[in-house]
Structure formats: C-alpha cells, structure tokens
Design a protein around this ligand. Structure first.
Ligand code: SF4
Length: 1018
C-alpha cells in the first residue's frame, strides 16, 4: 500500500512592514493539508495596535475599518499554536512570516519548507521569484485579489504541491548529492532534501549509497567519464530537439509596419530632408560590402533596434546558398541577447519570410563544464558552503540535468549564488597545461570527444549559423582569444553601442580583494583547526604521494599522517602566503585609513567628524605618485614584495602538483582512472594558479606606480558605510580595501579588437550624437573622422512635450529642493500619479521621497522609491499592476535595459545627469582632455539624457511629457549643447506654477499645439 503523504501547514501573514522587531501582524491564514487534501483552515485579522502604512493598505487592501474589533495577536496565539502543532510549515519566504510568530513564542521548532528556495532550485530560469510569478510559471492561476493572507496561503500550498511533483522527477542519485552538500544546517532545504532521500529510499527499498549500475561502471572505465552524464539531457539531445509547435509564438509584424514611422537622417546632409527605410538599407549595404564601420543612431523608443536589424537581415537574406552571408550581433547584456533571439529576430524573420539560422555565443565562463561538474564541483575545497552557495549548487545540479545548451544565460543566479557557478563554469579548459605533453584540458577532455561538452557543441552551432548573437563582453572575449570563432565573420552589428565603452571598461577591469585571494589559496590547500587538511591538494594527496596508490581521496579532508613530507611542506608554503596576504591587506588598510583621516584633528570632532568620515569612507584612493607621500606606503611596498614572492611559490607548487597528477594518470596508476577526476583536479589547480598569476600581475603593475595605460585605486569595501561600522568591524574581510584596475583609454582597446581590416561593423545605439554631430562617439569608439553616420528617428516625436520651468532656482541654490518637491506634488496630484522621476543620486531621491510621500499618500497616490521600496524591476512591476503610482528612480533607472511596461504620462528629470569626476577612471580620462566641460562632461550628460528619454518617453502612441526641472538647460551656455542633443519633441517653457495645468492641457486636449521651441543661451 502506498505510504500516505505527510501532513503540512501552509501559512501566510500580512504585516505592517518588513521588520520583525518593529512591525506588527495584520492578518494570519493557515491551511492544514495532506497531499492535495485540505484537512482544516485557520484565518483571523489581527489588531496591530498601530496605524497601517498607506503602502500596505494599497498593496493588501486591508484598511483600518476592516480591523475594527479584531483581536490582538496574543489573544489568538494559543489557538494558532495548537493548529500548527509540530508539523512542517510551508510558505513563500516562510522564514520571514515565522520570524513574526516566533517573537510570540509560536512555531518555535517546526521545520520550514520555503517555496521561494524550492522554486529557485527547481525553476532555475525565472526572471523573478515572487509568488505570483512562480505560480504563473507552474501553470497555476493567480487570483486577482493577491496579497491577502488566505489567498496567498492557498497559492503557496498549490505552488508547493506543484514543485513537490517536480521534485519527484529528480533521480535519486542527484537528490543524494543535494542532500549531502556541505551546507550549513540552517539551510532549510537541506533538511527537506534529506527527508526526501529517506522517503525515496524507503519506498524503493534501497539502503543508501549511490546507484552505479554495471552499465554505468563499464561506461566509466571504457570512456573516462562519470556514468551520471547519461542522465543529462545533453546525452539524449536528439529526443529534445524542439518541434515547431514547441517554439515560442512569434509576434507577427508586417514588413510595412516595421518600415513605417521612421525617418532616416544622414549626419552630413541635414539639408536634404528626411529619408526612409530604403536609404538606410542602401547605406548599410554599402558598409557591409565595402567592409567599413558605420554609425547608426536609432531613437524610436523602448530600446528598439528593429529598423537597423531589418536592414541587416534583408541584406543577409539576399544570399545564395553556396556562400551564405553571416552576421554577428552583440547586445549589451545576456537579457537583451535572449530577448533578441526569442522575440525580436523571430518577428523580423516572420515579416521577411526568411529562415536564417541563429546561434548564441556566450562570454568566457558562460557555459557549464560537464567535466568540472563531475570533478571537484561538489567536493569540499575551501570550507563549508554558505546557504546561498549550497542553493546555487542545488539549482545548478537540477538545471545541469535538463539543459541542452549549458548556457549561463538560461539561469537566474542571485548575486550570492555566483560563486557556485564559478565552481563549474567553462573557461579553465583553455589554460595551457604545466605539462606540455598532456595538452590543454580541452584537448584531452573525454566529455568533449564524446559530444557531451556544451562549449564545443555551441562552437559547432556558431560555425553553422548565419546570425551569431553574443554580448559586448562575449565579442571582446572572443576577439581577444588566439582561436577566435567570430573573427572570421566579416560583418558585425553592435547594439546599444552607446554603452560599449563602459562595457569595455568593465570588461578590462580587474579586482584584487582579500576574500578572493584567501579563497584561492584555501582552494589549493588549508590546514583546519582540528589538524586535518582540505583543498585540492588534500583531494589529490593519494595520487601525489611518492609511490602512492593514485586516484583521489574519497574523503573531503585528510589527516597529516596521510601526507608525505613534500605535501606537508606545500601546505606550509600556502600558510605562509596567507600570512603575507594578511599583512599586506593590513598595511593597505592602514594606508586607506591615513588617506581617509588626512587632517587627523577631525578624529576628535564628534558628530561633525562622523558625518565627514562617512562621506570620505566612500572616497577612492587613487594610486598615483602622490600616494607615496603617505607614511605607510613604504611598508605597503615591502609587504607587497614579500606577498608577490610567496604567491609565486604557491603558483609553482600548484604547477608541480598539476604535473604530478597528469604524469600519474599517463602512467596509468590511477585507482579511479575511468572518472577522469585526476585530470579534472589537475585543471582545477591550473585554473587557480592562473588566477593567482593574474592577481600577482595586477599587484605588480599597481604598486609600481608607473603604468600609464591603466588606472588603479583602492576603495573601502562597500558594506562599510558609517563611521560607527568602521569602528566596530569584526571580521578581517570586512576591514579590507579592494584594489581595482581599469583601462583608461578604451578607444584604443576597441580599435585594436574591433576595427580590423576587412570587417564591417555597424555601431547602433540610442544615443550617439551630440548636437547632431557624431564626433564625440567616433572618438570614444576609436573610429576615423570619415566614418559615415545616420540617425533613425520616430515620426511620432511631436506627441512628446518637453517642458522646462523658467523661474526655478538652479540646483544647489537655496529653495531649489523645496520648489522641486512642490512641483512634483502638484504634477502627481493633477495627473493622479503616472509620474516617473529621475534623480542623479540616491541621497537626493531619499530626500524628495521623504518630503512628497506623506502629502501624496494622503491624496491616495502611492509613492515608491528605488532602493527604499524595492529594485527597479519590482517597482516597474507595481507600476504595471497599480494605478495612481509615482516612481522615484536613480542609477539603473536612467540606462537600465529592463523592459518598461508603458511610458509614464510625465517623466520628471530632477537635474541634468553630469558625470562625477572623482571616480578614478573618469578622472584619469578627464586629465587627458583640455576642456573637460565641453569635451567630456557635457557630451556624456547629453548622451545619458538622450538614452533615458528614448527608453522612458518614446515608447507609446499616446501623448506624454517630460519635465526638466533644471533650468541650467536654458540658462547656461553648456545647457544649449544638452538641449540640442535631445531627441526631437514638442517644446514649451513655462513658469513653475503653470506646469501641471500645461501638462493636463497637453494630455487631455488633443488639438494641435503651436510649437514654442526652447531657446538656450549660446
Ligand atoms: S572540453 Fe572543456 S568545457 Fe568541455 S567539458 Fe571538457 S573541460 Fe569542460
């Protein structure tokens, strides 16, 4: 008889806020269930004993009148405890809800099953893991009245049951791997997975241990691979080829629709008047055929590059099958590349009736390496995993079995999970081996030879594709390799080219930080407090001992008695290197402290000092010749030389160990020669040694103070933001500054990599021209003066009104902030929300948020601030779902690539986005320019404005408006440059009092307006 399912409790609370200690419960709902049978329910409002924040009332619908007569929580706590008993509690982010209950002594020891955690593992590709999105992905209908306790409890239960069903499809061997991850006991899924393994083993009558059948064992010893590769989808990929009905539905757009609504304007001949799609096609064709670069500004709204892509695909389609034309398209990031492959290209291909083959080529480290996965990925190499790393590995384990491409872009990895990815990603296979006779990992890898390597399969698809989609970093990675795949494709289109130099700077940057260096050393080897040893050397110890048995250690750690004297001395060398790293970073800490406390009297200044120190903590210390005047510099240099030497000793011993492993394997003395684990360990060692070499090189360059091509700086770790935190830092890693390096002139790098003979490159971006000239962009991208440039603009530009108040103080002048807040309140009130406001700093955002929120909320308008109420993505989600909302954004709101659901009725720009010159890379670039204002800061501000307006204002067919609340755009000479760089629009200048009235007229009275172009001081 089948065993009955366990009884569980689904639970959800509504609360006044997110802080367990300060906030109160408003509503509780719980369901007792067994399988899909509901056994009992519990539901109650709770009197919070305080007011309910407006935001909570809007999102939950729980208004004060609903709580009249509701009991306080202590009046229901016993009944609730009795209902819950000691059953496992299921819910979405359940530790949060249970945190509130535990304050009252309820649910103290119940096991928790978090559907958020479970979903991140079982549905690894979702863009968001909120309950609604997870339910939607599982095909569960999401009720419209979400965010009430019982509705969410039912939903969480259904989500759990659907996820649980998915878990049943996971094979036992993998489940055992997950249940034995070296994770902390506090990770709630560990308990859940262990429970599941026990249940599965009981029901299948298995006592435990991995099931490796005789077929698998034979396979392993014959082919040199782990038999579990057979359970991966890549081993059965023929069965998985998608049928046409499985492909995503294509949004069909007609060719005429794609071609209409645009005007094409060549830079050189403004006087000739607008041209159309045909002119664009002709210009692009010339560039492709003459193999020359070409600039194309596309400002039609919503980051839409369809006009550029349409011309390129038309050209590709005119090909004869014997010599197909090929194109590389590089996007700013993985999300944009995915959107391009899944939505934009299929739409254009449908309109053109073309069937050009498309493949994706990821950046370095962008694929799962099957060899690493079956090598040391799940073994302990540098201490216990954190809960996030464990979750990351669990997620990767399940995904690895299902993926056909192994592409990192299929996954949503939370920032803390990235280190899990680094354990299994491709990239180390091309590192030359310390033993030239052994060849690189790529050459000797059995997984590749037998067709189970995602990298080599992707390379094959790229060779056969007519369109190869990649990212900016992917293109730069590939072109900088000796064996480039993309270099042979003669035509390229770079989308979001206005972000290319920033991406290139990011791509060229390197960081030397204490935790990473420490982790690398520990990965090679470390002695534990109990006297045992761990790390790659410990795993490799049996194979490295003279006359040892070969193979790798079956245990995670190894005793000193199992090491020979050479290995003991190697562990000693690593320990010495760690001490040097400690001393070096201690000295760097002292150096940054000296810099931060320059003018040491400040130390005794009390609160005033505290404020100044807070500001200075975020100040970077640029490594120029001046830094050598700081007293502790000589100590830094001395300690660096010692560290450098010891790192080299570690690199040398890692190479010796690598050679030893490869040599042992060649001689065939491996105990487990079938699995290829020795070869895998050897390349892990080569990978770590290569990273140490790179960091050592960075240190050498930085501390020499003589490298003029790169800029180097030290910055306090970001999590230290207050003086009091600085005084109370406890963990060593928290106290350490990070050393950064970046190329100063990215144009030279871009020129070297991209602008090679015989290649056509179209640089397409939303913001490439400043005052209708592309000269600034040419110089940024390393292009010749003669490189042709065109603008593609929307014919709908007249329906966006640009408004500038003429009588407000300039930013930083007295009363500016008050006038800005008044204007925002006025506009948001008369438009009933529908406003998105952009700020140039989070501090300015927070200050306006605090001032306008109470007033607008009293008028029934929800105010949400980026970083206060959530991430940009979360805020856009609420904006999409709710009416009467005002969003305040900074940073990522300006140039993000997230999709905007619909353009706001009013985009409010608080001040012109002038770049900050104390950022070291920006400062280093500015030093090379004589007129920084006109040749750097104002052009950059112009392009940033243009890009933001293109993304946020020009994406709809209805009228809307932009308010620029910075009168410098008309009062300053440089304002003219910015004003004339913006996309075309209707324009008006008004006094601040008339802003909201003018806006209402514009949005509601659809008559034609007489245009009043803004005039700026020249
Ligand atoms: S060839 Fe390289 S990336 Fe591919 S499986 Fe082997 S080691 Fe991993």
């Amino acid at each position: 008889m089948a065993k009955k399912s366990a009884i569980r409790i689904a639970l959800d609370l509504e609360t006044t806020g997110l802080h367990t200690e300060q906030d109160a419960i408003l509503e509780v709902a719980a369901i007792k269930f067994q399988g899909s049978d509901i056994l009992d329910t519990f539901e109650s409002f709770v009197s919070p004993g305080r007011s309910i924040p407006y935001r909570v009332q809007r999102l939950t619908g729980i208004k004060p009148e609903l709580l009249v007569g509701a009991p306080p929580f202590d009046a229901i706590s016993k009944k609730l405890q009795h209902f819950i008993g000691d059953y496992p509690i299921v819910g979405h982010s359940i530790p949060f809800d249970v945190g509130f209950l535990r304050r009252w002594g309820v649910a103290r020891a119940n096991p928790l099953v978090d559907t958020f955690e479970l979903a991140t593992v079982l549905l690894p590709s979702l863009s968001s893991y909120n309950l609604g999105q997870v339910a939607h992905a599982l095909g569960i209908q999401v009720p419209v009245d979400r965010h009430r306790a019982m509705v969410d409890t039912v939903l969480a239960m259904k989500v759990f049951l659907a996820l649980y069903e998915r878990l049943q499809a996971v094979d036992l061997a993998l489940l055992q791997d997950l249940a034995h991850l070296d994770a902390p006991r506090s990770w709630s899924l560990l308990h859940f997975f262990r429970q599941e393994v026990r249940l599965r083993q009981e029901s299948e009558g298995i006592a435990g241990g991995l099931m490796r059948g005789s077929l698998g064992d034979r396979f392993a010893s014959q082919l040199g691979m782990d038999p579990r590769i057979l359970s991966f989808a890549i081993a059965r990929r023929q069965e998985h080829e998608p049928s046409p009905s499985e492909l995503l539905p294509v949004e069909t757009t007609s060719l005429t629709e794609l071609q209409k609504d645009i005007e094409v304007i060549p830079e050189e001949s403004q006087a000739e008047g607008p041209m159309d799609h045909e002119a664009l096609y002709a210009a692009m064709r010339t560039s492709f055929e003459q193999k020359t670069p070409f600039l194309l500004e596309v400002t039609v709204g919503n980051n839409d590059y369809a006009p550029a892509l349409l011309s390129a695909l038309e050209w590709l389609s005119e090909t004869d099958d014997a010599a197909p034309r090929r194109l590389v398209v590089a996007c700013a990031n993985q999300q944009s590349a995915r959107r391009l492959i899944e939505t934009t290209l299929p739409g254009i291909q449908a309109a053109l009736k073309s069937k050009l083959s498309v493949a994706y080529w990821a950046e370095k480290g962008g694929y799962l390496c099957t060899h690493r996965w079956f090598g040391a990925a799940l073994r302990r190499t540098s201490g216990e995993l954190t809960a996030e790393q464990a979750r990351g590995l669990a997620k990767l384990g399940l995904w690895a079995q299902q993926t056909l491409t192994g592409e990192r872009s299929e996954l949503t990895l939370l920032p803390q999970e990235v280190t899990a990815w680094e354990r299994i990603s491709s990239g180390i296979e091309q590192i030359p081996s310390a033993d030239p006779r052994a060849g690189s990992m790529y050459q000797r890898c059995m997984y590749r030879r037998k067709g189970y390597c995602f990298v080599s399969n992707a390379a094959e698809r790229v060779r056969n594709a007519q369109i190869v989609v990649t990212t900016h970093a992917g293109l730069l990675d590939d072109l900088s390799q000796a064996h480039s795949l993309l270099a042979e494709i003669p035509t390229r289109m770079i989308l979001d080219a206005d972000l290319l130099d920033e991406e290139c700077a990011r791509w060229s940057s390197v960081e030397l930080d204490y935790p990473r260096l420490y982790r690398l050393l520990n990965t090679i080897g470390a002695e534990l407090a109990d006297g045992r040893y761990q790390g790659l050397l410990a795993l490799a110890a049996p194979a490295l001992r003279e006359n040892g048995p070969g193979g790798i250690s079956r245990t995670q750690t190894i005793a000193k008695a199992d090491l020979d004297s050479r290995l003991v001395s190697w562990f000693q060398t690593i320990k010495q290197a760690r001490s040097s790293v400690d001393a070096l970073f201690g000295a760097l800490q002292q150096l940054t402290d000296e810099f931060l406390h320059q003018g040491g009297r400040d130390r005794r200044d009390g609160p005033r000092h505290s404020h100044r120190l807070h500001e200075r903590l975020d100040q970077p210390l640029r490594l120029t010749s001046q830094v050598s005047n700081l007293p502790s510099w000589s100590n830094v240099i001395q300690l660096w030389h010692q560290t450098e030497q010891r790192l080299q000793q570690v690199i040398d011993l890692a190479q010796k160990a690598e050679k030893g492993l490869l040599g042992g394997q060649r001689q065939g003395n491996a105990r487990d020669k079938g699995s290829g684990e020795e070869s895998s360990l050897a390349s892990e060692l080569a990978g770590v040694a290569s990273q140490l070499r790179e960091l050592k090189h960075l240190g050498q360059q930085a501390f020499s103070l003589s490298d003029s091509e790169n800029v180097y700086w030290l910055r306090q770790t970001q999590n230290i933001t207050t003086a009091s935190q600085m005084q109370h830092r406890t963990s060593p890693a928290e106290q350490m500054p990070v050393l950064y390096a970046q190329t100063i002139q990215t144009s030279q790098l871009l020129r070297r990599l991209l602008l090679t003979e015989g290649k056509a490159t179209v640089f397409a971006g939303a913001a490439l021209s400043v005052e209708q000239s592309f000269a600034f962009t040419r110089q940024r991208l390393g292009l010749e003066d003669g490189c042709p440039a065109y603008s593609v603009v929307s014919k709908r530009h007249k329906q966006t009104l640009l408004l500038v108040p003429s009588d407000v103080p300039e930013p930083n002048a007295p009363q500016y902030q008050r006038r800005l807040e008044e204007a925002l309140i006025q506009i948001a009130t008369s438009l009933e929300g529908q406003v998105v406001a952009l700020f140039t700093s989070h501090a300015a955002l927070r200050s306006s948020y605090a001032a306008i929120k109470p007033v607008l909320e009293a008028r029934g308008i929800l105010v949400l601030g980026q970083g206060i109420d959530g991430s940009p993505r979360h805020l856009w989600q609420v904006y999409k779902e709710q009416e009467r909302v005002v969003l305040l954004g900074a940073g990522g709101f300006w140039e993000g690539t997230d999709e905007v659901p619909h353009s706001p009725a009013c985009l409010f720009v608080a001040r012109l986005p002038m770049p900050v010159l104390n950022d070291p890379p920006m400062a280093a670039r500015a030093e090379l320019i004589s007129d920084q204002l006109h040749q750097l800061t104002v052009p950059l501000a112009s392009l940033r404005m243009r890009r933001a307006l293109n993304r946020l204002a020009w994406n709809d067919t209805r009228r809307n408006a932009i308010v620029i609340f910075d009168r410098r755009i008309i009062s300053k000479e440089y304002g003219s440059m910015i004003l004339h760089s913006l996309p075309r629009s209707s324009q008006r200048q008004v006094i601040a009092q008339e802003l909201s009235e003018t806006l209402l007229d514009w949005l509601t009275v659809m008559d034609a307006w007489e245009d009043e172009p803004l005039t700026a001081q020249k």
